[in-house]
Write a protein that binds this ligand. Structure first.
Ligand SMILES: NC(=O)c1ccc[n+]([C@@H]2O[C@H](COP(=O)([O-])OP(=O)(O)OC[C@H]3O[C@@H](n4cnc5c(N)ncnc54)[C@H](OP(=O)(O)O)[C@@H]3O)[C@@H](O)[C@H]2O)c1
Length: 290
């Protein structure tokens, strides 16, 4: 059990305090027992923000293409088996929207929320993101989740895969506490505007693919000469440099690196201690045009 201050500090997600370094459940691997052990180790190490979804973990054979992956769909079940009864300070964020046939209709979202409640063994969900895809307006979908929040099934709402216009629209419907978009050193600065908008509105910005970068679903840590050189000179790993860089983008940025490895989990947690590395903020100022 880790004692002392959380590496990287904490953030108030709505009314829930989370450590800025959490865990993404998308990469829990293929073995449920190992995944359960990893989740217990994460919580014992001080992680109190787990990002999940009913369709996690996902898995791709090495060498497969970006979109050639399977959703195994047992992450919530393993989280419940490993961690329930849940520690009082544990925040589990989940997301709804995707179905095997594309984006859910607004009237299907209640069923998805209820499925998450059942699988996680909760009577309410701490944070639910609308993970949208291809909508110009998210008003109907987000409105459906706002009703579920009013009904007490959801404590806080977030949005994912969105543009600044979606954020503005959502805020006219219900409070948004977190926004989850892809963001990392080699993605270019396409999400800088929305990252700043989140800071100004006291909304957590929660980047995904911060390690995988353009490799996206393939996973792994994106290769970059600049990051490798920086990491070598600082005596840290490229993954740690990437996590520290994302945290350096603002006090409202939360890291949710995905891993199936206990060694990587420990390494990622230490990245919070690297925030003050000289030059960390200058990494990733180039624009790959991505
Ligand atoms: N809202 C959305 O649309 C969306 C989309 C994608 C992801 N997400 C969320 O965001 C989280 C993060 O994204 P992600 O998991 O896809 O990608 P990521 O965190 O950028 O990268 C994960 C990959 O990095 C590797 N890794 C992690 N730590 C490492 C370390 N210290 N050294 C070397 N390799 C390391 C992992 O492999 P190992 O298993 O070998 O460590 C895994 O392949 C997800 O888990 C999920 O919760 C949300």
């Amino acid at each position: 059990m880790r004692s002392g201050p959380a590496p990287g500090g904490t953030y108030l997600l709505g009314d829930l305090t989370v450590n800025r370094i959490g865990l993404g459940a998308k990469r829990l691997g293929r073995d449920r027992d190992r995944a359960a052990a990893l989740l217990r180790r994460a919580v014992d190490s001080g992680i109190n923000h787990i990002d999940t979804a009913a369709f996690y973990p996902t898995y791709a054979e090495p060498g497969h293409e970006e979109h050639d992956f399977a959703a195994l769909g047992w992450a919530n079940d393993v989280i419940r088996r490993a961690l329930a009864p849940y520690p009082a300070d544990l925040v589990i964020a989940t997301k709804v929207g995707p179905t095997p046939d594309g984006l859910a209709r607004p009237d299907q979202l209640r069923g998805q929320v209820e499925a998450n409640l059942r699988a996680l063994g909760r009577d309410h969900l701490d944070l639910v993101y609308l993970r949208q895809h291809g909508l110009d307006s998210i008003a109907e979908h987000f409105g459906a989740l706002a009703e579920l929040r009013q009904a007490g099934l959801i404590r806080h709402l977030g949005i994912s895969n969105v543009r600044p216009s979606h954020l503005a629209e959502a805020e006219t419907i219900a409070p948004v506490v977190a926004l989850q978009n892809r963001y990392g050193i080699d993605f270019g600065r396409v999400n800088d505007e929305i990252l700043r908008a989140c800071h100004a509105r006291n909304i957590a910005f929660v980047p995904f693919f911060a390690l995988a970068g353009p490799g996206r679903e393939r996973g792994g840590v994106s290769e970059s000469d600049a990051v490798v050189a920086f990491a070598r000179s600082a005596g840290v790993s490229p993954a740690q440099a990437r996590i520290a860089w994302t945290l350096s983008r603002g006090p409202h940025v939360l890291a949710i690196p995905g891993t199936s490895s206990a060694a990587h989990l420990a390494e990622n947690l230490q990245a919070g201690d690297l925030l003050r590395l000289p030059g960390i903020g200058a990494l990733g100022t180039g624009d790959s045009g991505e």
